[in-house]
Design a protein around this ligand. Structure first.
Ligand code: SAM
Length: 282
């Protein structure tokens, strides 16, 4: 199985600065590339992942780092349940190479497998979601999460055929350019990925200590737009701009970063990544 190569890790570490002794929440543990880098720089890490298959990698870090590393096998919106404030919250969104490359998980149109696409082991599979949604709702999923052209026609074809496997779905999509966007759209819907990001970000301002940072690495424009808009809101001065006294914004924007040519060469999966970050200033 392909080992996941962490994307934009150097940029994330640069943005975080000195993390020795700090508490960092790694919202998307994956293969633990980010968590390991934070721990090796002296941070305490609380990591989340909704995928039960990552537990072996998490156990290795527990053995190596003891109390400095905690793992929570839950969706990252559960950061709302953390009791104490932290110094950084980091998201490396999307799916890992391990998830894409295990055929039976049904994320990839390259392997024939049941149409599953769940990051967790419970909840509705993509095949069940297609059965449950109306043609209109499926059209919206394809349009909003995949920017699929002729989404209404395709949604009707998919509903009528009721695909149960990745290849059955793939073969219904006549335009090859639509295959990846259709799979992406269904994956986002199955896992409520946008809802998760919005719910988690909504608690970050309260969770962070002053001077703390929130860093997000995104992989497609919809996700990136949500993060950008939320960060813009946090970094906009409060109050009526026509009045002489306007309260400072609670956050400052950090420089946005995309992968350089070297990283893209080493890891083609980094090609659509963007890193955005904010610093809690008061
Ligand atoms: C791109 S990978 C992270 C890779 C990680 N940074 C590394 O260096 O190995 C994304 C991971 O986030 C997890 N994930 C995605 N959405 C999640 C959510 N809402 N809650 C918890 N984990 C999530 C996925 O299961 C996957 O393992």
């Amino acid at each position: 199985m392909t080992k996941h190569i962490p994307v934009l890790l150097g940029a994330v570490l640069d943005a975080l600065g000195d993390i020795n002794g700090k508490i960092i929440v790694d919202c998307t543990f994956g293969a633990g590339g980010y968590s390991r880098a934070f721990l090796s720089r002296g941070a305490n890490v609380i990591a989340f992942d909704r995928d039960p298959n990552v537990i072996d990698d998490a156990k290795k870090l527990m053995q190596e780092y003891g109390d400095r590393f905690q793992f929570v096998a839950k969706p990252f919106s559960s950061i709302a349940d953390l009791d104490d404030k932290v110094d950084a919250v980091v998201f490396d969104l999307g799916i890992s190479s391990m998830q894409i490359d295990v055929p039976e998980r049904g994320f990839s149109f390259r392997y024939d497998a049941p149409l599953d696409m769940r990051m967790e082991s419970d909840g509705m599979t993509a095949a069940q979601l297609i059965e449950k949604l109306s043609v209109q709702e499926l059209t919206d999923v394809l349009r909003n999460y995949g920017d699929v052209k002729k989404a209404a026609i395709l949604a009707r074809v998919i509903k009528e055929s009721n695909p149960q496997t990745t290849f059955e779905l793939r073969d219904l999509i006549h335009n090859p350019k639509d295959v990846a966007p259709v799979f992406q759209a269904l994956r986002i819907a199955v896992n409520d990925e946008m809802g998760e990001v919005e719910r988690a970000l909504s608690v970050v301002p309260e969770l962070l200590n002053t001077g703390g940072k929130c860093i997000c690495v995104t992989f497609h424009s919809l996700e990136d737009r949500i993060v950008k808009n939320i960060f813009r809101e946090w970094t906009t001065p409060r109050g009526d701009p026509r009045l002489p006294v306007v309260a400072d914004a609670p956050f400052k924007m950090l420089k946005a970063i995309v992968p350089n040519a070297h990283e893209l060469n080493e890891n083609p999966r980094a090609r659509s990544a963007h890193m955005r970050g904010v610093l809690k200033s008061c």
